[in-house]
Write a protein that binds this ligand. Structure first.
Ligand code: 7TS
Length: 405
């Protein structure tokens, strides 16, 4: 069970007022607040153990390397991966997908091949494929969604064929909250000889993930949405795939030997970690993983499901408000529009009431076009949010009605 008051006490960022009102932070899908454990791990490392990794012969370099590689092991266990050789530290989900598109894509894709994505993808899982499609000449295909925000599985199945080489799909939509049936999608992709990349940016902080159980081939996520630092994220991929893929960036750390004639590559995962990495970011991410693991992702998922049900019913009571995204299996993301006000104006009024949400296209412009909306307002919950905060959101929305309706 989640003891939300005890959890809230761990997050110093939550205990403040904005515009004279208690902060109600409902912008977790954009980025999450940090627990003291993460802040302290980062500060401690900079204060006591800081040095570059892998190269020094001295005590601090050894401590920094141990902490950095220790974080990699925490990520491995968190994802249920077979080996730390499969855990590549990157800047975030965006860089992870670009790495796959540029390295695997350039190596494996040919003109005439197809990459299949969905209508609910974030720009980070659209644009890298467009860039590579332009270069290589493969075709980008898009599986549609149903009106309630579910993926249209029949249409998805019909789009799979012998030319499909990769299916790249969000585990959970950042706009609709939809949780996609990833295991089924992976099985369908594999049955057609295609690989499957899962964009886990929104899922890792809300539900248990085990890459070996999912059976996918690539999994990407960002540390900052998992209560860790910005600028650090993870690409997990099967070892055999990473072995076959050429380096993404060249430089220090990623080589075995360099001469002016030719260079050879370091072992996994270092082949994909050119340059000095975000050492302290990785250590902070390790602390974040320890934190959420101690609470338990299953307990988090159950608690947030209760919040979602409560907030959904509360928002439905607001006259003139329409929820966008009603999939039966969804995370605690509530996008909505109101008949009386523009999403950005709603966001501004809510901010005045202390309620932090996001308004706009949420980096999913093709999805907004499918929905026939220029923008939505989005309240996204984390396990430190409460039913009282959902009530505060609703009260602030009544204020919006008072002002605009
Ligand atoms: N994929 C999904 C599904 C996302 O929600 C995001 C970020 C990304 C990829 C990119 O992650 P990044 O850490 O590399 O930027 N989504 C959001 C959002 O919904 N609001 O701000 C960022």
């Amino acid at each position: 069970m989640i003891d939300v008051n005890r959890i809230r006490a761990d997050f110093p960022g939550l205990a403040q007022t904005v515009h004279g009102k208690p902060l109600v932070f409902l912008d977790n899908a954009a980025s999450a607040q940090k627990p003291r454990a993460v802040i302290d791990a980062v500060a401690h490392h900079y204060a006591h153990d800081y040095a570059n990794v892998h190269r020094g012969v001295h005590q601090l370099a050894e401590r920094a390397t141990d902490a950095y590689e220790g974080a990699r092991e925490k990520v491995r266990a968190f994802l249920g991966a077979a080996s730390t050789r499969e855990i590549v530290f990157v800047r975030g989900t965006t860089e992870a997908i670009n790495l796959v598109a540029h390295s695997w894509g350039r190596h494996a894709l040919r003109a005439g091949d197809e990459v299949l994505i969905t209508e609910m993808e974030h720009h980070a899982n659209i644009v890298p494929w467009q860039l590579m499609a332009e270069e290589i000449g493969f075709t980008l295909r898009v599986a549609p969604i149903l009106d309630d925000g579910r993926l249209d599985m029949e249409a998805f199945a019909a789009l799979l064929n012998e030319r499909t080489r990769l299916v790249a799909v969000a585990h959970m939509s950042n706009v609709l909250g939809t949780v996609n049936p990833v295991q089924e999608i992976v099985d369908m992709a594999h049955a057609h000889g295609a690989l499957c990349l899962v964009d886990g940016a929104q899922s890792v902080s809300h539900l248990p993930v085990n890459v070996q159980e999912l059976g996918c081939d690539f999994y990407a996520f960002s540390g900052h949405k998992l209560f860790g630092p910005t600028g650090i994220g993870v690409l997990w991929a099967r070892e055999a795939l990473l072995e076959a893929m050429p380096p993404y960036q060249g430089g220090g750390e990623m080589i075995r030997e360099v001469s002016f004639q030719r260079s050879t590559w370091a072992d996994l995962p270092y082949k994909f970690e050119a340059g000095t990495p975000h050492i302290v970011g990785a250590i902070g991410l390790g602390a974040a993983i320890d934190y959420v693991t101690a609470i338990g992702l299953q307990a988090i998922a159950e608690y947030e499901h209760g919040l979602l049900e409560y907030a959904t019913e509360a928002l439905e009571s607001v006259p003139g408000l329409t929820l966008v995204g009603r999939a039966p299996h969804k995370g605690a993301v509530l996008s909505f529009v109101m008949d009386c006000a523009h999403p950005h104006d709603i966001g501004t009024i809510l901010d005045g009431e202390g309620v932090a949400v996001r308004a706009g296209h949420h980096c999913a412009m093709p999805l907004m076009e499918r929905l026939g909306l220029p923008a939505t307002t989005r309240a996204s919950f984390a396990f430190y949010n409460t039913r009282e905060e959902a009530d505060a959101l609703v009260a602030a929305l009544y204020k919006v009605r008072e002002i605009f309706a």
